[in-house]
Design a protein around this ligand. Structure first.
Ligand code: FAD
Ligand code: A2P
Length: 276
């Protein structure tokens, strides 16, 4: 066996819960996505997160929470990641290449699951930055459209290039054979996409909180007022974003639910901020 292959075999034995990287795409200097093999035994609900990572310099696993961005029917797992300057994990993870291994603890959890919401007509996905990752999973899961007549994906970033991962994903979904077969031309009306920027000119601008409170998004998309009778929502962004969106939804008469007690909306942090 060549030396490099022997070394890889040894690495495989020492890395716990190892999965192999199958693809990597860099979206800009601070965002990338990658796919890894899926453990045969891993079952998850679209929207959940797992702990993934690499071996740290001390030889111990260095793990962080990551939303699974692929749907539960996919035979690989996809992740969408920030590259934090000097971040303990992402300063290493940003260098992964096809064929490398990562650690993946196969214990999915999380609140952004369809079961944590009461039935309704419209489902809003409200995300900033990498907070779109759980919705990348849910948007690609046919069960989402079985449960809701309409899904509205609002994604806001500072600049236009930060929207590209979500934009490409939605464009690909428009040509998805499975969803096309199920909904045909009507799929364009089943998934509405509302990307905005806040610090760079783009066709649609503004914070999600402002576009919801002012009703601008409703006017632009031709939707009726948000109501606790018909509308459900999932929120994923920074703590400040989550707190502010939650207040807006509560202003519409919606209540926060959980796996154990489904209500009108659920919230999850896209990351744990400094000092929190
Ligand atoms: P850390 O020491 O973990 O973070 C350093 C600082 O970077 C943080 O204090 C924060 O200010 C900032 N930061 C961390 N993550 C982000 C982010 N995603 N966006 C903006 N700023 C950030 N990260 C992802 O990239 N993709 C995901 O799908 C994802 N899912 C998560 C799900 C949950 C439930 C939680 C709690 C976190 C999630 N994170 C996700 C964040 C992730 O766990 C790590 O924080 C991130 O990978 C950076 O790791 P690090 O060790 O390099 O830096
Ligand atoms: P803004 O540019 O007006 O701050 P960040 O990179 O700081 O996490 O922000 C990501 C996106 O989320 C930005 O477009 C930002 O808008 C928006 N944002 C940040 N905080 C909030 C908040 N509390 N409410 C609504 N939108 C927010």
């Amino acid at each position: 066996m060549p030396v490099t292959e022997a070394a890889q075999t040894t690495a495989k034995k020492t890395l716990p819960d190892a999965q192999t990287v199958t693809a990597v795409k860099h979206w800009n200097d601070h965002l990338f996505s990658f796919r890894v093999t899926r453990p045969a035994s891993l079952r998850f609900r679209s929207g959940e997160f797992v702990m993934i990572g690499l071996l740290g310099d001390n030889g111990k696993p260095l793990l962080r929470a990551y939303s699974i961005a692929s749907p539960n029917w996919d035979d690989e797992l996809e992740f969408y990641s920030i590259k934090v300057q000097d971040g303990p994990l992402t300063s290493k993870l940003r260098h992964i290449k096809e064929g490398d291994e990562i650690i993946l603890r196969p214990k999915p959890v999380g609140t952004l699951v369809l079961d944590a919401l009461l039935p309704g007509k419209r489902l809003w996905f409200l995300a900033t930055g990498t907070g779109i990752a759980p919705f990348a999973s849910l948007m690609r899961d046919p069960e989402t459209y079985e449960r809701y007549e309409q899904v509205i994906m609002m994604h806001t970033c500072r600049t236009a290039d930060e929207l590209n991962y979500g934009r490409e994903l939605v464009e690909n979904l428009r040509h998805d054979p499975l969803l096309g077969e199920l909904y045909g031309e009507d799929f364009a009306n089943r998934l509405l996409y509302y990307p905005t920027t806040t610090r760079e000119e783009s066709p649609q601008m503004g914070r999600i909180t402002d576009n919801l409170s002012s009703g601008k998004v409703l006017d632009d998309l031709g939707l009726p007022p948000v109501s606790p009778e018909t509308d459900r929502a999932m929120i994923c962004g920074s703590l400040a974003f989550n707190v502010d969106v939650k207040a807006v939804l509560e202003g519409f008469g919606m209540r926060e639910g959980a796996n154990s007690e489904p209500k009108e909306f659920v919230v999850e942090k896209a990351f744990v901020g400094e000092g929190i």
